[in-house]
Design a protein around this ligand. Structure first.
Ligand code: ADP
Length: 398
């Protein structure tokens, strides 16, 4: 069976067509600038790439172009869209409405649209638009929603609750939901496979460090805590997001800067994090360049990010009562040796023996062990594959 994985953003739509027998990616690509001028689809298939510049006034037109590309005479990989067994849609927030991946029907779509939009106002409406667009173009093909937060549904109440009035949690669903669940699930599973162990035997801390970053405690294959919160603003500081901050400081800043609730949230999401500290960039490649040239604020941003990540590693080792493995993944986790070394520095007391040589070895795109051979705690770099998890979950639902 072939499964199409769709990740729709407000003006973008990324896709992969995956053959579930081999789990190989047959075709992939993305539409950018949907609904604005200059729309473009970059589509790969058959070892070639085509750049298709066509008007995309909405997601329906975008998905139609994707299906054309999938059946194209040059880059196409299928004869007709009937070959697509199902579509798996990435959805950021589930709230408490969906604990697991779910097949779409009218009621599910209604809940998604009426209940979850306010939990992820930038992401969930885009996902719903993507679902509706696909349903229009492929009315007979089953659609699944796969949530970023599903993997975190196993957190115990003591981990996901905030110290607020319990009645307010009940009434408004204000609690920690977490994010990047598909990535944490994938890399923790791959780590167990790599170590030749049953996931049930392992205590793993997974560090998904990208533009958005989150750290998760995976005990016996299940998430027991994670650093992101009610929204993906919480946890460690990120590219442009502040991460955890005292709520009183938020009110104070808003008052001083004359900002509304919306404006201060926008500020915390878009103008803070390592971009705010360095004053240079949200991109870690730029921060490394800056630090090498002696820019102290670039170095400070890198060090703050690593320090905050390390604190979660230590906290989660305590939560799980032990640690067998630390996993680094996503753009920074896979490509920034400085951060990995800073996070693992001084963790000997936990049983981490880090190998600077392995850490600095070239990224070969596969799994890499960057701890010393005799390290009690294994440190691994594992490329994430969220699309494959979405495809697997979709297949399992059918
Ligand atoms: P997201 O998917 O959340 O947009 P990514 O996982 O792609 O984010 O991570 C982006 C971050 O990874 C950027 O800060 C970037 O600087 C960093 N990074 C460092 N080296 C590389 C690299 N070789 N390729 C891609 N990203 C890299």
């Amino acid at each position: 069976m072939k499964i199409l994985v769709v990740n729709a953003g407000s003006s973008s739509l990324k896709y992969q067509l995956i053959d579930m027998q081999t789990e190989k990616v047959l075709a992939k690509g993305g539409c950018e600038r949907i609904g604005i001028s200059g729309s473009v689809l970059k589509a790969k298939g058959n070892g070639q790439e085509k750049v298709i510049k066509e008007k995309m006034p909405n997601h329906k037109v975008a998905i139609e172009l994707v299906l054309e590309a999938l059946t194209d005479s040059e880059i196409g990989v299928i004869k007709s869209m009937e070959e697509i067994g199902a579509v798996g849609h990435r959805v950021v927030a589930s709230g408490e409405y969906f604990k697991k991946p779910t097949l779409v029907n009218a009621e599910v779509l209604k809940t998604l649209e009426e209940k979850t939009f306010e939990l992820a106002p930038l992401h969930n409406p885009a996902a719903a638009t993507g679902v509706r667009a696909c349903m229009e173009v492929m009315p007979k093909t089953p659609m699944a929603l796969v949530f970023d937060s599903s993997f975190h549904a196993t957190m115990p109440e003591k981990a996901y609750l905030y110290g607020i009035d319990y009645n307010d949690y009940k009434e408004y669903g204000v609690r920690k939901y977490g994010a990047h669940g598909t990535s944490h699930k994938y890399v923790s599973g791959e780590a167990a496979k790599y170590l030749g162990k049953n996931p049930e035997e392992l205590k793993i801390v997974t560090c998904h460090l990208g533009n958005g970053s989150s750290i998760t405690a995976v005990d016996g294959g299940k998430c027991v805590d994670t650093s992101m919160g009610f929204t993906p603003l919480a946890g460690v500081m990120m590219g442009t997001r502040s991460g955890d901050i005292d709520a009183s400081a938020v009110e104070f800043l808003a008052r001083k800067k004359g900002m509304s609730h919306t404006e201060i949230l926008n500020y915390l999401n878009k103008n803070c994090g390592v971009a705010g500290i360095s004053g240079v960039s949200s991109d870690f490649r730029d921060l490394e360049k800056g630090a090498k040239k002696g820019n102290e604020r670039c170095l400070l941003a890198l060090d703050m990010f690593s320090y905050q990540t390390k604190k979660f590693v230590g906290a989660y080792a305590a939560v799980m009562g032990g640690l067998d493995c630390i996993v680094f993944t996503a753009g920074i986790g896979e490509n920034t040796p400085y951060v990995r070394a800073s996070v693992c520095e001084g963790l000997k007391f936990l049983g981490v023996k880090f190998s600077n040589k392995e850490n600095k070895a070239k990224n070969n795109g596969g799994i890499r062990e960057i701890s010393a051979k005799n390290s009690k705690v294994k440190v691994l770099v594992i490329p994430t594959n969220e699309e494959l998890v979405i495809a697997r979950e979709t297949k399992a639902l059918l």
